[in-house]
Design a protein around this ligand. Structure first.
Ligand SMILES: [Zn+2]
Length: 782
């Protein structure tokens, strides 16, 4: 992590047994600026944030030394992931406090309910989610309390009462919400939210996520094709054999940029005291001769001996200098200079002092020590650059069908994610012959599946260091390239893209080569990232994409990054697209839910910047902002709820396979749901229908908006002119709010048309033509 250089605290991840002591730790920060600060320090955060009563809980991969360093900086580093505080007791205590505060409230605020939904999750436990924006929310003392009924006709409060927490991001008030969805006993129909500033509002509570889809037909649908965590070599072999088995439905595409490979230079380190350490790094990769080298530091056993370096075959011998009494006098710096100054030795290896130290300490003699790349994967894992392969699935693979790009495992340690891609591919191919729904998808779409986007890192995660997130390419200078740092190298593929990058000033990526969010030396420096870009550039029919990560149970879309100063977010998607995302969420997440009942929470559904954190230079933003490709993200692995203890538990990156398998199955369902949404988009010929809706009429002012029959953008004029694509477009009122309201102060002719996400224009109107078949209505003012 970047703390190495920023604070002088050396990470201790990699003593003899590097995995010992590195844990998934809970950190509680006051608000999202605390997350931004952790990101800036390069702390290795899980893709998981959770509001807690006194701030936000995040999970970080930390060694004991790193934990201590963060505590020294004032961070509240807590225990390893296990359980969470007693939510019900905390909520009750907060509610009591807030009721007392409410009694003191003076001015009245207005409350805008963003979401009020109930849903079921595992074991049919019911939950309630409410999000409310107070007009007094910028005041940190504003406290909201929600009460709800226990079914139609019952009293408000009969279902329960809970305090809401104030959600801020980059110092700005967002809205109030529950820390977790609240477990309830009966489906509510209405909820009342009251504020200690006097505001009160009662709203209908709707159901989040639909009922399980009815499976029709008498053909069995086959699924469940993964029975163990798979490494990239196995996954790629599986895809290769699928392509061979289904030649009429598939094409195997070799991506043009090979990775650097599961390989690195061999190293050895001499000495333990910082000033007298010398370490050497082979010129050749370990697998290409580096592992055959050895070096010794020899005590000449004579007085007044000079410092000399000799090379014999693969052995480098350093004879150390002595003084008049035969004591060794060579310093680390002198040994480094002699080795690097010897032409034969310098062909084989490079010597360095430790972490930029001047190296004034005298070195100790050492027997011949073999250099090693320290890689432990079996020989079945090639040490050569890796050929990434995409399996293209579709009846018509000629570019005429809408393309969907499903890709997994950008982050190496997220072991469930490649299984989601494997399972998705198997289901499409093995159900094609007998399942009409599968046949529609494969006949009408052009599907590209990349199961492992970071193969070198994934091999490393499986065989060497399980918390590896990045690829294996080491860009560190000698001052941080010593063997003890070998788990801290590599580029975060999902920070290496060109939109909203740390190199453009966005938050959530690092320029430190040892940070777990290292964005690389430049945008798109990595072959893994360039391969993704190559695919979407070469197949412009690709219109939708899904980037599958773990964990936490999220469904997200752009924007995914902001600049910290002023929380300057990448441009939000327009109203029609946002509405399409929410409608799609309902469908896709219902498909996830139908496998074992897991509900992805409303609070974990939305733009990345709204529900997770800023992730500078991520691939979904690359696809959306540069090419208009819908860029979705899954985080598989929703928190598991225990109805006995009434607690949610985070599942982590590598749960026992029994749980990993369930996650793979339910999110493969989600991928099929995405393909069904994509097919509906691809075959949509239905034009949207819209109407003016009067919201409020007061003397001298009428407020109105538009309703639409499906997600669609509305272009309107208020000056009597013909509406075109250059006319004002109905906007969103704000983050997670509904559509904008418009207010006029005199009788006004409204002219408008709408266009859906597939491009169908209402009434077949031609905005760039001369026709008058747009909608017209006069909005009158009293
Ligand atoms: Zn990830």
């Amino acid at each position: 992590m970047a703390m190495t250089s920023d604070s002088g605290v050396a990470p201790d991840r990699s003593s003899s047994d590097e995995q010992n002591g590195v844990g998934l730790m809970r950190i509680v920060v006051a608000d999202k600026s605390g997350i931004d600060r952790l990101n800036e320090l390069g702390v290795d955060l899980a893709e998981y944030v959770k509001p807690v009563d006194n701030g936000i809980e995040v999970h970080a991969i930390l060694s004991p030394g790193e934990s201590q360093a963060l505590r020294d900086m004032g961070f509240d580093v807590q225990d390893a992931i296990s359980d969470q505080g007693d939510y019900a007791a905390n909520v009750a205590e907060r509610a009591a406090t807030m009721r007392a505060v409410q009694a003191l409230a003076a001015s009245t605020d207005t409350l805008n309910v963003l979401r009020a939904e109930w849903f079921t999750s595992l074991d049919n436990q019911l939950f309630l989610n409410i999000e409310v924006k107070s007009s007094a929310g910028t005041d940190s003392t504003t406290a909201l309390t929600a009460s709800w009924d226990s079914g139609a006709g019952t009293e408000i409060g009969s279902g329960g009462t809970a305090a809401m927490s104030r959600f801020t991001d980059a110092g700005q008030y967002m809205y109030h919400r529950f820390s977790n969805p609240v477990a309830i006993n009966a489906a509510p129909t209405k909820a009342t939210i009251t504020s200690n500033k006097g505001g009160s509002v009662t709203v209908d509570v709707s159901k989040w996520l639909g009922s399980p889809r009815k499976v029709t037909g008498d053909h069995p649908y086959v699924s469940d094709f993964v029975d163990h965590y798979m490494d990239p070599t196995e996954v790629t072999a599986r895809f290769t054999s699928l392509a061979a088995e289904f030649p009429k439905l598939t094409q195997l595409i070799d991506l043009p940029y090979k990775t650097n490979g599961y390989r690195r230079q061999a190293q050895a380190q001499f000495g333990t005291a910082t000033g007298s350490i010398v370490y050497v790094t082979s010129k050749a990769y370990g697998s290409e001769g580096g592992n055959d080298l050895s070096m010794s530091l020899v005590n000449p056993g004579a007085a007044n001996a000079p410092l000399t370096v000799g090379v014999s075959g693969n052995s480098v011998t350093v004879r150390l200098a002595t003084n008049g009494s035969g004591t060794i006098t060579s310093t680390a710096a002198q040994v480094v200079a002699s080795v690097n100054g010897n032409a034969d030795a310098a062909k084989l290896l490079t010597a360095s002092t430790y972490r930029g130290n001047a190296g004034a300490g005298v070195v100790a003699a050492a027997a011949a020590t073999k250099l090693t790349d320290n890689l432990k994967a079996p020989a079945s894992v090639s040490r050569d650059p890796f050929q990434m392969k995409v399996l293209r699935i579709g009846k018509h693979r000629d570019g005429s069908k809408v393309g969907v790009f499903l890709y997994c495992q950008e982050h190496a340690r997220e072991w469930v994610t490649p299984l989601v891609c494997v399972e998705s591919a198997e289901r499409l191919l093995r159900n094609y012959a007998q399942d009409p729904n599968t046949r529609k998808i494969v006949d009408d779409l052009d599907i590209f599946i990349l199961p492992v986007t970071n193969p070198d890192g994934a091999h490393y995660s499986m065989y060497d260091y399980n918390m590896q997130r990045r690829n294996m390419t080491n860009y560190c200078p000698a001052s941080s390239a010593d063997p003890a740092n070998r788990n801290a190298w590599g580029v975060d593929i999902n920070r290496n893209f060109s939109v909203g990058s740390v190199y453009d000033g966005y938050n959530g990526g690092s320029t430190s080569c040892t940070s777990d969010t290292y964005a690389g030396p430049s945008k798109l420096s990595e072959p893994e990232a360039r391969n993704e870009v190559w695919l979407v550039d070469n197949f412009p029919n690709i219109k939708l994409s899904m980037n599958t990560h773990s964990y936490g149970g999220y469904f997200m879309w752009p924007p995914g990054a902001y600049k910290t100063a002023g929380r300057e977010v990448l441009p939000r998607v327009d109203q029609g697209t946002e509405a399409f995302f929410w409608t799609s969420s309902d469908y896709i997440l219902s498909r996830v839910q139908e496998y074992r009942g897991t509900a992805i929470w409303p609070g974990r559904t939305g733009p990345v910047t709204d529900v997770l954190y800023s992730a500078a230079g991520n691939s979904a933003d690359e696809h959306w902002y540069n090419r208009g490709i819908i860029g979705w993200d899954f985080e598989v692995g929703a928190d598991v709820y225990d109805p006995k203890t009434k607690r949610f538990t985070a599942v982590g990156f590598q749960p026992p396979f029994a749980e990993g398998h369930e996650e793979a199955m339910e999110f493969a369902n989600g991928n099929i749901g995405i393909l069904e949404v994509a097919r509906a988009y691809a075959t949509d010929k239905i034009q949207p229908k819209t109407a003016v809706k009067i919201v409020k009429q007061e003397p001298g002012a009428t407020t109105f908006t538009f309703t639409t029959s499906e997600p669609a953008n509305v272009y309107y004029t208020l000056d009597g002119s013909r509406p075109t694509f250059n006319s004002p477009k109905l906007a969103l009122a704000g983050m997670r709010e509904g559509v904008q309201n418009l207010t006029v102060n005199s009788n006004t002719t409204v002219n408008w048309f709408s266009v859906d996400i597939a491009g169908n224009v209402e009434s077949n109107y031609k905005p760039d033509g001369n026709g008058k078949n747009y909608n017209k209505q006069t909005v009158s003012v009293q």
